[in-house]
Write a protein that binds this ligand. Structure first.
Ligand code: CA2
Length: 137
């Protein structure tokens, strides 16, 4: 099974700032743990701070991979383009957020991705990525 995690803007800062919201582990360290936990899965990781690069990656993998775990970060709440890309591909997408977006500011309650997603996971910290992989298994 071929899965990819796509993380959006500022998630490269994980483990370095705001540990009270996002935890204190870097995604690079966490990703190594995930790969060893799910060593029978072909798991890859892509992060970008650039909206168009995220759209390009969705087009690149979105007709071939078995699943996409997408944390589009702030673009979730603003990007019609990423929402359209998720609608336009055939690979199922699980939308994911580390924090409970519904316990935060109102602008985080809306997602342009959710209507086209297979499911949405939020509020479980980094554990959510594990739950998303399990949902594809
Ligand atoms: O909870 C999530 O995973 C979010 O997608 C994270 C986004 C936020 O805009 C969404 O509403 C919810 C923000 C990512 C910023 O990540 C940082 C990590 C460490 C330090 C600073 C920012």
């Amino acid at each position: 099974m071929k899965l990819i995690i796509i993380n959006g803007p500022n998630l490269n800062l994980l483990g370095k700032r705001e540990p009270e919201i996002y935890g204190s582990k870097t995604f690079a360290d966490f990703f190594e743990e995930l790969k060893s936990k799910f060593n029978n899965i072909d798991l890859s990781y892509f992060q970008s701070n650039i909206e168009g690069e995220i759209i390009d990656k969705l087009h690149e993998v979105g007709f071939e991979y078995d699943g996409i775990i997408l944390n589009a970060a702030a673009y979730t709440h603003t990007s019609v383009g990423i929402g359209d890309a998720v609608k336009g591909i055939t690979t199922p997408v699980v939308e994911l957020h580390i924090s409970n977006v519904h316990a935060r500011e109102d602008f985080r309650h809306h997602s342009f991705i959710a209507p086209a997603a297979k499911g949405v996971l939020f509020g479980f910290g980094l554990k959510g990525y594990e739950l998303a992989i399990q949902s594809f298994i």
